[in-house]
Design a protein around this ligand. Structure first.
Ligand code: PMP
Length: 428
């Protein structure tokens, strides 16, 4: 019999302090949108392992595909002996990505690696060094991607210097009074002050800010970015690592705006719980680097490829894109009701796209002061009552919904009832 307390003590002694865990309990097993800890306590999982589980924990088809692959081989390195599933997954990604142009894909293991490679490819294709990212953007924890990530604490704190030729433009923000027009003016000013446009390889943006607070990029902003990129020969990279694979109700969140990016980075829910990531893009751009320039020992692991093909198939056959839109509408309605009932003037904003939704909490509506302490308290109370919740946002005062799209209505509503009770606890 293991106890959470005993495991926590061992964790504290053995694991680096910099790796934080949101929940002070240890996982034993999980199924779809439910998880049980080592003491047998059951939780509803609204965090989905940080947006990895749009098809739920252990989707039967994903597990079956992975197990079947494990019975054949688990690793050759695609760079030594290739295998069909890598090619099949690249074909599938190419067909799903927006745009009529020819596409090619690269597979790697983590989201940060996908972003790193997208930048390398963009540099090789354009012969330019610069990258423009946005305030509040999150692109990973490696040094290049940290340089692009637009939030200091806790990610960038004390670990600089960061690579050069990374520039930051303002993300439109109601909270900060930055309109789309202001954001675009900021970008144009950046071109005048620091970022020589013909030395910029790429503009990278999350179509819905993930860690930064689940704020969608206004469609007119995305369209303007496309125009600006075309005008200066800059590549547009859509970082869909958190927003992709049905989270927002489309395969890729940028599709809502109608804008076609040059490169797309993917990971997380692409493979329903297995570590795999990728870059999808214009064939001519993707082919810029010479053979041997891309890859990595584990990139496109065969078990993860099999899992990804099954997860994508499940999103298609189970209608999870439509499910995301329906869930999004349901969450919006319920959040508004719950806010009015138990937290008047504390729920400042309900925002997102499809089922990629967040609610932002403030101390009061007059000052709209971010209330990160309240979010922390809601998460702690929710966990006690059996619901796993995760915050997000520049000020840590938003709660985000990453529940599996395969969750039943009963589980969703049970989770929402726990959320309401936890919110009441936190305000008591
Ligand atoms: N980009 C985005 C938009 C992300 O949400 C994340 C992970 N939260 C990353 C990149 C980095 O992915 P990974 O943690 O797999 O390196």
């Amino acid at each position: 019999e293991q106890s959470n307390a005993a495991l926590l003590a061992r964790r504290e002694a053995a694991v680096a302090r910099g790796v934080a865990s949101a929940a002070p309990v240890f996982a034993d097993h999980a199924e779809n949108a439910e998880l049980w800890d080592v003491e047998g306590k059951r939780y509803i999982d609204f965090a989905g392992g940080i947006a990895v589980l749009n098809t739920g924990h252990r989707h039967p088809a994903v597990i079956a595909a992975a197990k079947a692959q494990e019975d054949k081989f688990t690793h050759t390195s695609f760079q030594v002996v290739p295998y069909e599933s890598y090619v099949a997954l690249a074909e599938k990604l190419n067909s799903l990505a927006p745009g009529d142009h020819a596409k090619k894909s690269l597979l790697v293991t983590t989201g940060a690696e996908a972003v790193e490679n997208a930048v390398k490819i963009a540099r090789a294709a354009t012969g330019r060094p610069g990258v423009i990212a946005f305030t509040g953007g999150y692109h990973g924890r490696t040094l290049l991607t940290l340089g692009m990530t637009g939030k200091i604490s806790p990610y960038k704190k004390d670990v600089g210097p960061f690579p050069s030729d990374i520039f930051r433009a303002p993300f439109p923000s109601v909270r900060d009074g930055i309109s789309v027009e202001d954001a675009l003016t900021g970008l144009q000013n950046l071109f005048l002050t620091d970022a020589q446009p013909d030395r910029i390889a790429a503009i990278i943006i999350e179509p819905v800010l993930g860690e930064g607070g689940y704020t969608p990029v206004p469609f007119e902003m995305m369209r303007a970015l496309r125009e600006i990129c075309d005008q200066h020969g800059i590549l547009l990279i859509s970082d869909e690592i958190q927003a992709g694979f049905g989270r927002t109700g489309t395969w890729f969140a940028i599709e809502h705006s109608g804008v076609v990016p040059d490169l797309i980075t993917v990971a997380k829910s692409m493979a329903g719980g297995y570590p795999i990531a990728g870059v999808i893009g214009r064939a001519d751009v993707m082919d810029a680097m010479a053979p041997g320039g891309l890859g990595g020992t584990y990139g496109g692991n065969p078990v993860a490829c099999a899992a990804a093909l099954a997860a994508i198939e499940a999103i298609e056959s189970e209608g999870l894109l439509a499910r995301s839109l329906a869930l999004g509408a349901h969450f919006r309605t319920r959040f508004a009701e719950i806010g009015a009932r138990v937290a008047p003037y504390r729920m400042w904003d309900i925002r997102g796209l499809g089922a990629m939704l967040a609610v932002e909490f403030v101390t009061d509506f007059d000052t709209a002061t971010p209330d990160a302490a309240l979010v922390k308290s809601i998460c702690a109370h929710a966990l006690k009552r059996g619901l796993i919740l995760l915050g997000c946002g520049m000020h840590g005062n938003a709660l985000r919904i990453m529940v599996p799209l395969t969750a039943s209505d009963e589980i969703i509503n049970e989770g929402l009832a726990i959320f309401e009770a936890a919110l009441a606890d936190a305000l008591a």
